[in-house]
Write a protein that binds this ligand. Sequence first.
Ligand SMILES: Cc1cc2nc3c(=O)[nH]c(=O)nc-3n(C[C@H](O)[C@H](O)[C@H](O)COP(=O)(O)OP(=O)(O)OC[C@H]3O[C@@H](n4cnc5c(N)ncnc54)[C@H](O)[C@@H]3O)c2cc1C
Length: 545
Amino acid sequence: MVADGETFDFIIVGAGSAGCVLASRLTADAGTRVLLLEAGGKDTNPWIHIPAGFYRNIYHPKITWQFETEPLAALGGRRMAWPRGKVLGGSSSINGLIYIRGQKQDFDQWRQLGNPGWSYDDVLPYFRRAECHELGADEHHGADGPLSVSTLRAEHALHDAFMDAAVEAGHKRNPDFNGADQEGVGPLQLTVRNMRRCSTAVAYLRPAMKRPNLRVEIRALAHRVLFEGKRAVGIEYLQDGVLRRARARREVLLSGGSINSPQLLQLSGVGDPEHLRPLGIAMVHALPAVGANLQDHLGCRVIFKVANVETLNEVSRSWLRQVRTGLEYLFARRGALMMGAAPIGLFARTRPGLAAPDVQYQFLAGSFEKPGGIMHKFPACSAVCIPCRPESRGWLRIRSADPAAPPAIQPNYLATQNDRDVMVAGLRIARRIFHSPAMRRYAVEEFWPGADMDTDAGWLEHVAQTASTTFHPTSTCMMGPHDNAVVDPTSLKVRGLDAIRVIDASVMPAVVSGNTNATVIMIAEKGADMLLQRGAAAAVGARAA
Ligand SMILES: Cc1cc2nc3c(=O)[nH]c(=O)nc-3n(C[C@H](O)[C@H](O)[C@H](O)COP(=O)(O)OP(=O)(O)OC[C@H]3O[C@@H](n4cnc5c(N)ncnc54)[C@H](O)[C@@H]3O)c2cc1C
């Protein structure tokens, strides 16, 4: 236990994708004392570490936060579950393991928005520093970092059929979505090492926990940042029913993720006075952008019933098949248990003239009503269509001064015509692939949305009924050069305050074209260099621990 008022050099809130990286990099210097506070517990649940365990744990009450959105206007007014990791490793311990950095254009656009140091050429060394890529080191990949990245090993007739069908429909093959070009169809890469999940807790934190200068406190919920004037000096947190205080000699680092970092700032009196004062929160600093600019990737599925092939739906219903799958995993080191959220990916353009793909697809030889839900009783396969760069932005606000109360979350999905058009065009592309000859060998009937429907309004109704988050919230503490930003791009310091930075998914100026974990780890690697005042030149080859 931390003694009341004990002082550290840095206090990090949140042992998630970003927080574990920071804890490792900062404590490499034996003279730097770091306290890492994590609201969740240890990552001992065995299903965390088996890649396919992802589907079992999405809504596990002991290792996840179970947030819920406000009613969603474009989705018929329904609310949507938004789980996040609440365990060592954070969401990197419960995510779908898919490793995709995003496109070169994403980071070049971040730079164009007024964020020096965040163009693709600037950030590539940090991606490479993090990676221990199975493909080895080259200009695109790193091989000496702590984070293992492997190409998926799960062969299935439907995987081949989907890739062949995509090629028949005019898409190219792409063996490496993290290489020179993201476009095309191919196997996904996963954060997997020796058949097991490589979360940031595994990759970065475990080795660093051997160091005497790192203190990790679990089941420790940060209640507020302590300020003296505009300077952050510590954290007040609840652990085992006791309210404790720890002090930071140098800085407080918020790595609670896109929901919790803005929540903690607002609880601490940093946000919009018109929102916080009526809740009885004493203002420290007016910064209305805290919680604004929320983005997320929305996903919607096309599902086909299949024949002449076994799917994951049957496996999920048969003990015998599950035993076979377990043996395949243990002894052949491949098969369904090696899969994360999906085995096959595709990036495509919904219209000619686009500089880069604007939709991502994930194909699965199985189907369900919602991710983490029960699989269908009939043999089927599915492709989820995920527009890469939504324009819509929402917001997040605390509802009360109670740190344990979930905030109100409004992602404003599909608020622009372009977002709706891309989703509809993307779903039509998915349907076309299922109708290509290679898939027609198996696909016998369109189940979702149903073959008779092909109007824009019909597709949007399908989206309203069935679409779900793909768990990628970002930008609620957005970096930028202006007042509509929370952190400064050159330091990730909170604008107008001293000794406090936000380093996690919430600082992205815009969500990237891919899955967000890789980019969060890059942000934390770069954030650590900002704290250590090192340049990108030192980035590649720096091993953790
Ligand atoms: C179900 C799911 C599937 C996903 N699938 C993929 C995928 O396949 N590929 C991919 O790239 N990305 C995926 N993502 C997204 C990716 O994992 C996240 O973008 C990334 O992990 C976010 O990192 P972070 O550090 O910002 O936050 P997190 O990793 O969520 O870490 C935040 C940590 O802070 C802790 N915390 C929060 N508030 C407090 C507090 N007040 N006091 C103490 N501790 C606190 C939390 O418990 C948590 O451990 C998925 C996410 C989810 C939830």
